[in-house]
Write a protein that binds this ligand. Structure first.
Ligand code: NAD
Length: 358
C-alpha cells in the first residue's frame, strides 16, 4: 500500500530541492502518495499565517512529512514556522545523522555519528526575564547573592519526563539501525540539578537495553574534543537541547557541512523530515544548490516508513554520484566557481540514473 506523505515545498530554494527529492524518492521503488501543502512566506499574504491549520492537520493525518526549508524574516515579528511546527506537533526528538561520504571535502573522513537532540526543553523553553523586571528581581532574591542585580535571566528546565523520552528514543533508534552504543552528553559537574537529572535518567533507561546497546557518558566540553580527535569511537549521541544544537553543527562540519546533512524532527506519533540548512534565498530559483541533504532526509523518511531497501538504494546512488564527483553541485566541486558544476535538477537526474543500474 502506498504511504501518504505531506510534502511542504517551503520557500527560497525549498521548492526546487523538494521537487528534486520527490523525483528521486519516486524512483526508489517505494510507493508514496504526496499531499502537497504550501506553507511559509508564500501563503502568508493569502492566508494571514505562514502555518495554516490545514498543514498541521495534513501532517497529523498522514503522520509523516517531508519539508523544504522556510525563511524566517529577521525582525518582522514573524514566528519561525520551523519552530512552530516542532511545538505544535510536539516533535521532541531532533535527529541528525552525520556521515562522511567519500568525495565530500572534509578534514575528518570516516565520521559516522548520529546526534539525537532533545527539542522542547532546556534554555530553549523560552522562559526568559529581561534585566530589571519584577520576575528577574524575584529570582535574584531567591538566588541569595549568586546573581547580580542587573542580570537578565533565562531558565533552563530539564524534566525527568523529557530526559526519559529522549534517552528512550536514542536507544530505540540505535537498536532499529544497528548502532552499537549510545553516549549521553551533558555537564553535571557544574549543573548538578538539571544535567544531573539528565544523566541519572539516561542511566536508568540504559539498564533496559543492557546487553543490546552499550552506554557511556561524557561531559559536553570533553565530548567536543573527542569528536574532533577520535569521532570513530562514537555512534549515537544523546543530549539536551542547547548542547545538541551546538554539537549537531559541529558534527555536520566534520562530515562536510550543511549541504550534505539530513535531519528529522520526530514526535511520539508524527515525524517531519527536513535538511538542516536554511532556505538560502540568494540562490532561489537558480537551479544551483545541492539537493543531497534533502534527499538524504528522504532516506531517513523511507527507513522510518519501513522501506529499508528503497532507502539503501537511494543512499547508495547518492554516495556513488558524490564519489564520482562529475554530476555534483558547485559546493562539491574542487573549485566552487566551476562552470561545469551540475545544477540541482541534473544532480537529481544523475542519482536517479545511478539507481537504475544498482
Ligand atoms: P542557509 O542554510 O539558508 O544558507 C547559508 C549558506 O549556506 C547559503 O548562502 C549557501 O552558501 C549555503 N547553502 C545552504 N544550503 C545549501 C545547499 N543545499 N547547497 C549548497 N549550499 C547551501 O542559512 P541562512 O542564510 O542563515 O538562512 C536563510 C533562511 O533560512 C533564514 O530565514 C533562516 O531563518 C532559514 N532557516 C530555515 C531552516 C529550516 O527551514 N529548517 C533552517 C535554518 C535556517
Amino acid at each position: 500500500m502506498a504511504h501518504r506523505v505531506t510534502l511542504i515545498p517551503g520557500d527560497g530554494v525549498g521548492p526546487e530541492l523538494v521537487a528534486a527529492a520527490r523525483r528521486v524518492l519516486d524512483a526508489s521503488g517505494a510507493e508514496i502518495e504526496w499531499e502537497v501543502q504550501e506553507a511559509g512566506l508564500t501563503v502568508m499574504d493569502k492566508e494571514g499565517t505562514p502555518l495554516p491549520k490545514r498543514v498541521l492537520d495534513s501532517i497529523r493525518r498522514n503522520k509523516v512529512g517531508l519539508k523544504g526549508p522556510m525563511t524566517t524574516p529577521r525582525g518582522a515579528g514573524i514566528r519561525s514556522v520551523n519552530v512552530a511546527l516542532r511545538k505544535e506537533l510536539d516533535l521532541y526528538a531532533c535527529l541528525r545523522p552525520c556521515k562522511h561520504y567519500p568525495g565530500v571535502r572534509s578534514r575528518f573522513p570516516g565520521v559516522d555519528v548520529v546526534v539525537v537532540r532533545e527539542n522542547t526543553e532546556d534554555l530553549y523553553a523560552g522562559v526568559e526575564f529581561a534585566e530589571g523586571t519584577p520576575e528577574a528581581k524575584q529570582i535574584i532574591a531567591l538566588a541569595q547573592g549568586k546573581i547580580r542585580d542587573d542580570a537578565a535571566i533565562s531558565i533552563k528546565p530539564i524534566s525527568a519526563f523529557g530526559s526519559q523520552r529522549i534517552a528512550d528514543f536514542a536507544f530505540k533508534y540505535a537498536l532499529a539501525n544497528g548502532r552499537r552504543k549510545v553516549t549521553a552528553v551533558a555537564k553535571d559537574n557544574i549543573m548538578k540539578a538539571t544535567d544531573g537529572l539528565f544523566f541519572r535518567t539516561a542511566r536508568e533507561v540504559a539498564k533496559r537495553y543492557e546487553g543490546r546497546v552499550q552506554y557511556d557518558e561524557w561531559l559536553v566540553d570533553a565530548m567536543c574534543m573527542q569528536l574532533v580527535q577520535k569521532a570513530e569511537l562514537y555512534d549515537v549521541l544523546v543530549m539536551p537541547n542547547l548542547y545538541g544544537d551546538i554539537l549537531s553543527d559541529l558534527c555536520a562540519g566534520l562530515v562536510g557541512g550543511l549541504g550534505v546533512t539530513p535531519g528529522a524532527n520526530i514526535g511520539s506519533d508524527v515525524a517531519v523530515f527536513e535538511a538542516t540548512h536554511g532556505s538560502a534565498p540568494k540562490y532561489a530559483g537558480m537551479n544551483k544548490v545541492n539537493p543531497t541533504a534533502l534527499i538524504l532526509s528522504g532516506v531517513l523518511m523511507l527507513r522510518h516508513l519501513g522501506e529499508a531497501e528503497a532507502a539503501d538504494r537511494v543512499e547508495a546512488a547518492v554516495a556513488a554520484v558524490i564519489a564520482e564527483g562529475k554530476h555534483v553541485t558547485y559546493d562539491l566541486r574542487p573549485n566552487r566557481d566551476d562552470p561545469n558544476a551540475a545544477g540541482t535538477r541534473e544532480m537529481a537526474d544523475a542519482i536517479i540514473a545511478r539507481m537504475a543500474v544498482l
